[in-house]
Structure formats: C-alpha cells, structure tokens
Design a protein around this ligand. Structure first.
Ligand code: TEU
Ligand code: CA
Length: 553
C-alpha cells in the first residue's frame, strides 16, 4: 500500500461562518481561523477542509458560487487567505478547499450571460431545454425543490437545477466549461492549496436526452431518480481529464463528495490506477436511518445493518482508500444521532471517536465534534437558515404532512444542527462572537466548550487529541489490515487491525445497555479505553453502556 500524507493525516472540517468571528459582525471569518491555529495545532490534526469561502449570495451557504476567484467579503479577503495558508503550512497543517463545480450561483457572470438569449456565447455553459406540453422538460425532482427545472421568462426555456433554483447546473459536455474549471483549479493550487473536496462531483453527467424517470413520483409529484444523474459514464472521463489537466501539483489530494455510491461504484473512482480521485465520501452510513422519502423520513435500523455497510467498505475498497466520518455540515451532530447526548454524552462521543480513528481510512472530524457538541434545540422554523430544511418544511406541509411531523424531522436531521457557532467558552455566544451570531449558539455552551474541555483531562477533546497522537505513533492505525469480529453480536462493533506482527482488537458497545462478549484471543495489553480497566473473567469481557476498548492481542 502506497504511503501518502492524506492517508496519515486526520482532517478537521471547518465551517468558516461558524468557527470564530474576529470583527464582531456575527459571522466567522478567515482571520478567526488564523487566530485559532494554535487550537488546531494542539489538537494535532494534519489538514483542514474548509467549506466554501467564495463569493456567493448564500442561497445555499456558499454552495452557490458567484465568483470562483474571490473570497466572500463577510469571510475575508484573498490576502487573509494567503496568510491563512502560510500560517497553516508553518504549523504543518495542509489545506483542502471545497469546490462546487456541478453548479454555480445564478448570479455568476456565466449564468447572467447565459440566460440573456438563446444565442449568447455562454448559453451552452448551462443546461437549457424547451418545455414539454407546457410543462417541465421532464419529471425530475431536485434536492431542494419539487421540480429540477425552472422556466426562465426571458427566453421561454427551462434550465436544470439539481439543487435550488439559484444553483443552475453547469453543462460539463461543453469543453469550454471544463477548461474554465481546470484553469481555476490550477489558480488555487498555485496559491498553495493542497487539494480539493469536490462537491457532488459524481453528478456531473446527466442521462442523454434527459428522459422522464419511470419510477414512482414522490409526494410532490416528481421523481428523484439518481440513476439518471449520478455515477454516469462521462463522470469518469471528465475526472480523468481533470486529474491530468488541473491537478498538476504533485501530491495534491482529491476527495469526491459522492452521494449514491456503493463500494462497487466507488472503487472505480478511487482505484489509483484509474487516476481519478483519492478518496470519496460515501453516504450509506448517513442514509441508514432514512426511509423512502430520503432523510425526511426517519426509520429504525439495527446495528447489523451499520456493520454490513462499514465492513463492505473496509473490505471492498481494494487498492483505494476510505474516508471516515460520523458527521459534517449537512448532517446532525454525531453524538446526538449515533450516541446519547444526555446521560452518556461524553462516554458515547468517545466511543464514536474510537470507531472513527480505529477503522482503516482517513478520519474527518467536523468542528465541535471533538467537544461532543450536540444538536440544537431550535424553537421554530424562524430559527432555521438552511434552504433545504425551509423548503422541505413548507413543501411537505403543502403536500399534506403535519407541521409537527415536519418539524420533528428538522430537529433530528436538519443541517443547521451542525452549523451553530463553535463553542469556545462559557461567555456570551459561547465566545464565538461579541455580536448577535448569524446562527444562535447552542445554549449548552455554558458547559460544553473548548475552555472546559481543555482543562478537563477526561473530556471528549482530550480523547480525540490522544487518538490523533496515537495515529502518528502507531502505523497499525493507518496501514494495518482490517478484519471484522463478533459480527453476529447485536450490541457491539468489533474488529481487528493487523500490521506486521501486531494485532489490535477493537470492541465497543454501541448502545446504552450492558452487554458482554466472549474474547477468543488472549489479551496482551490494554491500548486504550474510554472507561478505565476492562473487566474480563474467563475470556468474557463485560461492557457497560458505550464502553470502548482497544486491546493488543
Ligand atoms: O451536498 C450534496 C448532497 O448530496 C446533499 O443533498 C446532502 O445529501 C444533503 O445536504 C444532506 O441533507 C453538497 C453540500 O455538502 C451541501 O451543503 C450542498 O447544499 C449541496 O452539495 C449543493 O451544493
Ligand atoms: Ca466576522
């Protein structure tokens, strides 16, 4: 297995608007990240993934870019950016930017031009179609709105938007579009960027001729059929072209954000000999509790299903490499979703951290996860800024879902849960800003915050720090083989990592009830636990709620 910096590093995801505000406007900024580099350094992470900082009208919080080569004013300037890179590098931290090239903002000059007339020279930068029988060109649903098409009065044609109406999809069939994107990537790499996380990169190629889907429509009457817009043939062609023409800088990393991939489809993206991408984010774990209506329908699942997904990816990625994460800016807080954010908050957050760092792949920590930050007690829909949640709320009520039911899903799954301010201390707004923050801080900043965590050796923070340090000192955590264990056990996640002659056994109790496991191998030493010494009698390990152990066996 080839050694790479991005296999060895732990990546820390920063959502800049909510990280740290230095100029008192309630919005986190690049200067704020610079001020907190000591914090990142102390935590020990090797790379930062920065959510979009480009010029944007913020319809979708920066995922609607109106200028790829400028920093949005409220977050900073290109000078701040250059300084940030310089300081990160001085501290041995790499920078991965977030790039959104499946779509732009409708305020991007390309689209402003494109919509002007049918023969504008940028017309073909986007996907324009005539309507069918006075309706949309086809029955496709979008992620954020009922239909994926919007009629533009000016020319009487519809444009495709897989996300909001203010996020028109770029036409990747057009070679000029690809050249523009590649040269922009080279421009950022020249500035010192170490790689990109590429937003919905597997959606670039849409089904030829834009046919109707023959699958069943959703409650809004449209069809969300990923087969018609995800993982299609040309994505691979264009990714190869991109790697070759844009990623001219050696060792720069490409992490694809790829909804709807399975390990089989992912393999093709990350197999090193294909020269496409280095890692992808899979959402199979994130979708585990979602029903037919996507994330908006929450269903029960059992641990077996979670283990099946994890094991499929661990064993099936081949020569490729996995990304590991429990949460990001689109997901609820990890401890609230997969642990217990009340009685066992600290313990269960550490259990999740153990799994995250002990599996094979690169761990991604979402800001605040290392404190055990929780979901937000939003009061009502007026507390919500996220377009996805807001649109879902009104559209689903229109379609007959009760207000209470719609609100309940937003509380549990809404993206704003992840986007509340980072909790630095117990002062006003958790020390994030002296002004009213763009998103209200979670009131539990009074006790969940960086300051408290740092002076408490038993905190979630110190546990993360320890795991990150262990990764640097123990190659087994990076390059060791993975082998599932105790697979049929209903309460535990367990596996072996093996490297040369060394074997580590990981056993965690995923639930808040007691359980036990028969350990077959002889335990030589305790490597790590979130709960002190193990209770093993006659090979039987007793586990209290959320206990997590790593043994040398
Ligand atoms: O998300 C892509 C994506 O698939 C989302 O629909 C995701 O599954 C959803 O937000 C989960 O609720 C990326 C970005 O991460 C997201 O923030 C953007 O809104 C989206 O692309 C459009 O650019
Ligand atoms: Ca600010």
């Amino acid at each position: 297995m080839e050694r790479k910096w991005w296999k060895e590093a732990v990546v820390y995801q920063i959502y800049p608007r909510s990280f740290y505000d230095t100029n008192g406007d309630g919005i986190g900024d690049l200067k704020g990240i610079i001020e907190k580099i000591d914090y990142l350094k102390d935590l020990g992470i090797g790379a930062v993934w920065l959510n979009p900082i480009y010029e944007s009208p913020n319809e979708d919080m920066g995922y609607d870019i109106s200028n790829y080569q400028e920093v949005i004013e409220e977050i900073g300037t290109l000078d701040d950016f250059d300084l940030l890179i310089k300081k990160l590098h001085e501290n041995g931290i790499k920078l991965i930017m977030d790039l959104v090239v499946n779509h732009t903002s409708d305020e991007h000059e390309w689209f402003v031009e494109s919509r002007k007339s049918k023969n504008n020279d940028k017309r073909d930068y986007y996907i324009w179609k005539d309507g069918k029988d006075g309706k949309q060109p086809n029955n496709w649903a979008s992620f954020f709105t009922p239909s994926a098409w919007k009629l533009d009065e000016q020319t009487g044609q519809y444009y495709l938007h897989l996300f909001s109406e203010k996020q028109p999809d770029l036409n990747w069939q057009n070679e000029k579009v690809r050249e523009e994107v590649f040269s922009m990537i080279r421009w950022w790499l020249d500035r010192g960027v170490d790689g990109f996380r590429m937003d919905v990169i597997n959606l670039l190629d849409k089904a030829k001729g834009y046919p109707d889907s023959d699958k069943a429509p959703n409650i809004m009457g449209y069809v969300f059929d990923d087969e018609l817009f995800a993982n299609r043939e040309n994505v691979h062609v264009w990714l190869k072209e991109m790697r070759e023409k844009a990623f001219v800088k050696e060792n720069s990393v490409i992490v694809g954000e790829t909804p709807f991939v399975t390990v089989d489809t992912a393999k093709e993206y990350v197999d090193p000999k294909n020269k496409e991408m280095d890692m992808v984010f899979s959402f199979e774990v994130m979708d585990i509790d979602s029903g037919d209506f996507g994330k908006w329908e929450i269903i029960d699942y059992d641990l077996k299903k979670l283990k099946d997904i994890i094991t499929d990816w661990q064993l099936g990625i081949g020569e490729g490499w996995n990304s590991l994460f429990w949460s990001n800016h689109d997901q609820p807080r990890a401890v609230s979703r997969f642990g217990d954010d009340k009685k066992y908050r600290i313990k269960s957050a550490k259990m999740l951290a153990t799994v995250l760092h002990m599996l094979k792949g690169t761990p991604y920590i979402f800001q605040g996860e290392e404190l055990g930050m929780t979901n937000m007690p939003f009061r009502n829909i007026y507390d919500i800024s996220d377009i996805e949640s807001i649109n879902y709320y009104y559209e689903s009520i229109k379609a007959g879902i009760s207000e209470a039911a719609a609100w309940d899903v937003i509380l549990k799954k809404g993206r704003d849960n992840a986007r509340t301010p980072m909790q630095w201390n117990d002062e006003k707004n958790g020390g994030f800003s002296t002004a009213e923050p763009w998103q209200r801080a979670n009131p539990n900043y009074e006790f969940i915050n960086v300051k408290n965590c740092r002076c408490d050796n038993d905190s979630v923070y110190h546990y993360y720090k320890k795991l990150i340090k262990m990764r640097k000192e123990n190659e087994i955590m990076v390059y060791g083989n993975y082998e599932p264990k105790h697979y049929e056990h209903e309460d535990v996640i367990s596996f072996i990592r093996e490297y040369n002659d060394l074997r580590w056994l990981i056993v965690v109790n995923f639930y808040g009830r007691e359980t036990k496991v028969q350990i077959e191998s002889k335990v030589k030493a305790l490597v790590l636990s979130n709960c002190g010494e193990p209770d093993i009698i006659d090979g039987i390990l007793k586990l209290r709620p959320y206990d997590a152990y790593v043994f040398e066996v």
